[in-house]
Each structure stands twice: as structure tokens, then as C-alpha cells.
Design a protein around this ligand. Structure first.
Ligand code: ZN
Length: 338
């Protein structure tokens, strides 16, 4: 009798464990299914070819996954929803402009911010955010915010007179954005004009200072072929030569030479060309305002306008002059049919 009871106990225990295991497996399967469903819902159905600059590999990615990684790489996810939405439309526009006018040899775009748009896979970004101290909830909410903005603006691009624009953007340009013709080649781009810009004054990179010694300044300019020599007397007389229409520095006078502010920005890592300069104790000091080239949408400005109640569309129309936002099928866009 006792033996039979013990046997029953063992059988019951085994059955119980089996039920628990099966139930857990079922939950796991359901979670996997849910993730898969969410992925399918998020996918655009259209793909792009991405060139990984580090390895030279080409990958086929869903368009919406590409946009998620670009937007998450380019703008802080804590920014206002309408600002993020504007960045999504800008990122999509920028991508199709590249595909139509300046495609890579073997792919549609690459992952380098120097050539196309910054692209880091979302799982790598999650790691970075965790290391910066963001909570799992913050990260999940941030990603959901970007995904929602991608779905809500699906197919939307910015056009000017029926053509997809070169949707340039930058981090910050307090007071005014820059006219594209003032910086690159002098060609007028009618939708990239200087416009008034209001920005949150607490932005951490709003102001910055670079102090460069006489020797470093002189040697860097000589090594890069901008000047042949620079006496201390000439150094002490360096001054701003010309301003752009938006009030940024266009060039500075260095002895008999004229150096473009854009070149100085690259050579000495200045945050922008919106600076004042002073010379003291054999050092040149640049006090800089803003961050980036200043052309097109300002991310800090977009966030400030969104906080004040402006919509994604209003933000885009503010930074890009006389443009239209059009809803276009991705396959048509790739072929340049707008
Ligand atoms: Zn590229």
C-alpha cells in the first residue's frame, strides 16, 4: 500500500513538473511570436542595401529598421516627440536624396556619418545607452517613440518643386541657421536659407572654447598647406576678415593669407564657425556658439519648438523654405519618380 502511494506521489510530481515546463515553453513561444508579430508590423516591406564601411560588407535591411537605427544614432531619444518625428522625415528624405543623386557604387548608402548618415545597430546603441546609465524603461520608451514616429510618417519625404531635397541638419545654431550658399561652393540652394532660430539655452554644447598655442596654430596651417610661415607679429594681428549673412565667420586674415572659417573648424575641431577670436599670451582663443555647420534643421531648435507646441510639419516648414511634405511609395522614390 505504502509503495503504491509513494509511486502515485512520484507520478504526480513528474506530471506536475511536465505541466510547468510545458506552460513555461508556451509562454516563451508566445513571447517569441509576439516579438515576431511586432517586427512584421514595424517592417516597411521595402529594403535598402547598406554598405558597412568597416568591413566592406553589404547588407539588405528593412527600410524602417534602417531609419530606426539612423534616427536613434542621430538624435537623443529623450527629445520631444514632434522633434523626433521631424528627424525621421529628414532621415528618410536624406536617404532617398542620396539614393537618387549620390548612390554608393555597390549599395544604396553607407553607415558613415561623414558620407551618408550615422548608422549604428540598435542593439549596440542599447549597450551604449545602458553604459551611460539609462534605465531599461527609458531605452524601451525611447525606441518605441522612434518606431511610432516612423510608422506615423511612413512614406513622407520633403520636396522642393517636385524633387526630393538635400535635407541637411545639424545639432545647434543659436539665433540663426546658416545659408547653404555661404558655406559650400557658393551655390544658392533655395530651400536652405538662413532662418531665425530659437534654442534652449541650457543645451550643454551651446557654447565652447578652444585655446590654441601660436606654435600649434602655425604648424597645423603650414602642415596642411594653408600658409608658408607666420611670424609672432602676424599671429598677434590675426582678425576676422568676413562674416556670412547669418553672422557667422566666413574667413579670417592670417598675415597675408585668408583662411576659410569652415577649414579652421575642421583643422582645429571648432564646434561651429559662429565664433569670436582673441589673442593673448601667444595663444589664440575661439569662443564658439552652437554645434555643427548650421545649415537646415537644428535639432536643439526643433526640440525647443516642439516643447512650445509646434508640430513636426511646422518644424520642417520652419527650417526648409518653401518645401512640401509628400507621401510617396518607397519603390517609386528609389526610381526617382515623385
Ligand atoms: Zn555613404
Amino acid at each position: 500500500m505504502k509503495l503504491r502511494l509513494a509511486f502515485l506521489y512520484v507520478i504526480s510530481a513528474v506530471l506536475f513538473c511536465l505541466i510547468v515546463v510545458l506552460a513555461l515553453e508556451n509562454i516563451n513561444n508566445k513571447e517569441e511570436e509576439k516579438k515576431e508579430e511586432e517586427k512584421i508590423e514595424f517592417e516597411s516591406g521595402s529594403t535598402i542595401q547598406l554598405l558597412r564601411s568597416a568591413t566592406g560588407q553589404i547588407e539588405t535591411l528593412d527600410l524602417n529598421y534602417y531609419l530606426l537605427c539612423v534616427v536613434a544614432s542621430e538624435i537623443p531619444f529623450g527629445y520631444e516627440y514632434e522633434a523626433i518625428k521631424a528627424q525621421v522625415v529628414v532621415a528618410r528624405t536624406y536617404l532617398f536624396n542620396k539614393i537618387i543623386n549620390d548612390k554608393e557604387e555597390l549599395a544604396d548608402v553607407c553607415d558613415s556619418y561623414m558620407h551618408c548618415q550615422a548608422f549604428t545597430d540598435i542593439d549596440k546603441l542599447e549597450e551604449t545607452w545602458k553604459n551611460k546609465g539609462f534605465s531599461e524603461t527609458d531605452i524601451k520608451n525611447g525606441e518605441e517613440k522612434i518606431k511610432k514616429a516612423i510608422i506615423e510618417t511612413q512614406g513622407e519625404v520633403i520636396t522642393y518643386k517636385g524633387e526630393i531635397i538635400d535635407a541637411l541638419f545639424h545639432a545647434s545654431s543659436p539665433q540663426k541657421t546658416e545659408d547653404a550658399s555661404a558655406i559650400w561652393s557658393g551655390v544658392d540652394i533655395p530651400y536652405l536659407k538662413s532662418v531665425e532660430n530659437v534654442e534652449d539655452e541650457n543645451y550643454e554644447r551651446r557654447t565652447s572654447t578652444n585655446v590654441i598655442s601660436y606654435a600649434t596654430f602655425k604648424n597645423t596651417l603650414i602642415d596642411n598647406g594653408y600658409i608658408h610661415d607666420l611670424t609672432l607679429d602676424e599671429f598677434n594681428n590675426i582678425h576676422i576678415n568676413e562674416y556670412t549673412s547669418s553672422g557667422r565667420v566666413k574667413s579670417i586674415a592670417v598675415g597675408p593669407y585668408c583662411i576659410k572659417a569652415e577649414n579652421l573648424r575642421t583643422l582645429f575641431g571648432l564646434n561651429s564657425t559662429n565664433f569670436t577670436l582673441s589673442i593673448r599670451n601667444e595663444n589664440i582663443q575661439f569662443d564658439v556658439l552652437g554645434f555643427g555647420h548650421g545649415v537646415g534643421l537644428s535639432q536643439v531648435g526643433a526640440n525647443t519648438y516642439a516643447k512650445a507646441g509646434k508640430s513636426c510639419e511646422e518644424i520642417i516648414h520652419h527650417y526648409y523654405t518653401d518645401v512640401e511634405i509628400k507621401d510617396i511609395n518607397s519603390e517609386q522614390m528609389k526610381r526617382g519618380e515623385i
